[in-house]
Design a protein around this ligand. Structure first.
Ligand code: DQA
Length: 150
């Protein structure tokens, strides 16, 4: 079971709620973070959040996670999922288990969204479940964990 979870969100996810709501839904990032905070608090688990529109800032945050004792990450890297070797390398470097999350079903959209530079490093990928995908990922981290039955 994870004890110290970091939730990372990449470019444009700060606009959730107003951004293409037909694709990404009406829920804001603040709503998602509030929901996850409540779930983690009920389980007495440490959870922290970081969103950036900048690739390098996300790389820095991933690198810092190791020194902070983060033992599981939930990541929606947005468009950087499909482009960023730097993020992939950072994830490989720290070796912290993570779940890749996408609100939309990237496999039902444009061809370029089907490629992820990090999915093969991930414990799993959740796509198309909207904001509930983050909750599913957290439940996995809390109930099953990296060494769980998943
Ligand atoms: C996304 C899917 C990406 O293709 C897109 O660039 C995003 C959001 C999702 O959550 O569905 O920014 O990661």
């Amino acid at each position: 079971m994870a004890n110290n979870i970091l939730v990372l969100n990449g470019p444009n996810l700060n606009l959730l709620g107003s951004r293409e709501p037909d694709i990404y839904g009406p829920t804001t990032l603040a709503d998602i973070e509030r929901d996850l905070t409540a779930e983690a608090a009920a389980r007495r688990i440490r959870i922290s959040f970081y969103q950036s529109n900048h690739e390098g800032a996300l790389v820095d945050r991933i690198q810092a996670a190791r020194g902070e004792g983060v033992d599981f990450m939930i990541i929606n890297a947005g468009a950087l999922t499909h482009t960023s070797i730097a993020l992939r390398d950072a994830l490989a470097a720290v070796g912290i288990p993570f779940i890749e999350v996408h609100l939309s079903n990237v496999y039902r959209r444009e061809e370029f969204r089907r490629r992820s530079f990090m999915a093969d490093l991930a414990v799993g990928v959740v796509a198309g479940l909207g904001a509930a995908g983050y909750r599913c990922a957290l439940r996995y981290a809390l109930d099953l964990g990296p060494s769980g039955a998943g």
